[in-house]
Design a binder for this molecule. Structure first.
Ligand SMILES: *Cc1c(COP(=O)(O)O)cnc(C)c1O
Length: 352
């Protein structure tokens, strides 16, 4: 018997590559925002004193909870914050899925869900999306220990209307339903408005995409007082000081600048709509995206070969070597200038 026998066996989530190449690159492989965070964030960074880092941060990240509560018309007790929504989602899995029935989520979705389920030994079942990558709501009527839906879904980009989420909640009154809204700010309708009616709902969002702050690691969840206090209890049984001081301070500023937030989201949406036309003209097809990426397949050329061709020109997109989606590329929306370069390079790569 060696200590090696006691090592927990896990198959970790594989994040998109952070390329280490010389020179200029166009990075469209992890859905980061091409625009910088709100200008006020810079100012606060400059004003921060070194001695501010001497003390432990506020355990409840109170200023940030308060700001988010005001923004989403909720109370502080309805907000949970964590180190990116990955941390928030992991805490939610640990908190709510302690039962014996399987937790349900689609076969094609954010690939961290089954990783957390495995890590925490949560029973789960992956339910196939239909041929068009759509969720069939009737598949979620069997007995379950919870439901996790990314809306819009990733990597497909498909967004379901609010009525779909409401029906899911109505069909499953005894299950906690997590709606992962990492991309909701790019044109979808948030389920936040359903919180007053359904106490089995948890809405999770992030600052990483629409608020340009992936590097700071800020995510949050919105739910009933009971649901949020259950999450806080689990979090405080694990690590009381999850969110660092700079993230708490800078996160508040990002939420305050609503005008900048709207402006950058609208710019990305406009670039996305233009990109749909360009990609279609190049022979790509894709589900209609309401996110900051397009999940596209080409009518003649293999996705892997297109990705390799782009890579030679220092353009990085995401390719998943997984069943059903291995002939697709997930292309994040960059600036207009970046996208023009991408289309020009695609024209060369595809005509060969
Ligand atoms: C990006 C992403 C997350 C996690 O983002 P964080 O950077 O950890 O906040 C969660 N869910 C989905 C669907 C995502 O695409």
């Amino acid at each position: 018997m060696s200590f090696k026998d006691n090592i927990r066996k896990v198959t970790p989530y594989v994040a998109g590559e952070q390329p280490k190449v010389e020179g200029k690159i166009i990075k469209l492989n992890t859905n980061e925002n091409p625009y910088p965070p709100a200008p006020g964030v810079r100012k606060l960074m400059d004003e921060m004193r070194l001695s501010d880092l001497r003390l432990y941060p506020n355990t409840f990240a109170e200023p940030l909870r308060k700001e988010l509560a005001a923004r989403y018309d909720l109370k502080n007790e309805n907000i949970f914050v964590g180190v990116g929504s990955d941390d928030v989602l992991a805490m939610a899995f640990l908190t709510f899925f302690a039962g014996e029935k399987p937790v349900l989520f689609p076969d094609i979705t954010y690939s961290f869900y089954d990783v957390w389920a495995e890590l925490f030994k949560i029973p789960y079942k992956r339910i196939p999306l239909d041929e068009e990558f759509k969720i069939n709501i009737n598949d979620y009527k069997e007995p379950n220990g919870g439901i996790v839906i990314a809306n819009p879904n990733a990597p497909t980009g498909i967004c379901e209307p609010l009525s779909f989420i409401e029906e899911m909640l109505k069909n499953n009154p005894d299950s906690l339903v997590i709606v992962d809204e990492a991309y909701i700010d790019f044109g979808g309708e948030s389920a936040v408005s359903l919180l007053s009616k359904y106490e089995n709902l948890l809405v999770v969002q992030t600052f990483s995409k629409s608020r340009s702050m992936a590097g700071l690691r800020i995510g949050f969840a919105m739910g009933s007082t009971e649901v949020i206090s259950a999450m806080d209890a689990v979090k405080n049984s694990y690590n009381s000081y999850t969110m660092n001081y700079p993230s708490q301070v800078l996160g508040v500023e990002a939420v305050r600048d609503e005008a900048y937030f709207k402006e950058t989201c609208e710019k990305i949406i406009a670039t996305r709509e233009r990109s749909k036309k360009e990609l279609a003209a190049l022979g790509f097809t894709f589900p209609d995206s309401k996110t900051n990426f397009i999940f596209a397949t080409h009518k003649t050329m293999r996705a892997e070969d297109i990705a390799a061709g782009l890579r030679k020109k220092n353009i990085f997109v995401r390719h998943f070597s997984k069943p059903r989606i291995d002939n697709y590329l997930r292309i994040s929306i960059g600036t207009d200038e970046e996208m023009d370069t991408v289309f020009a390079v695609l024209k060369e790569v595809i005509h060969k």
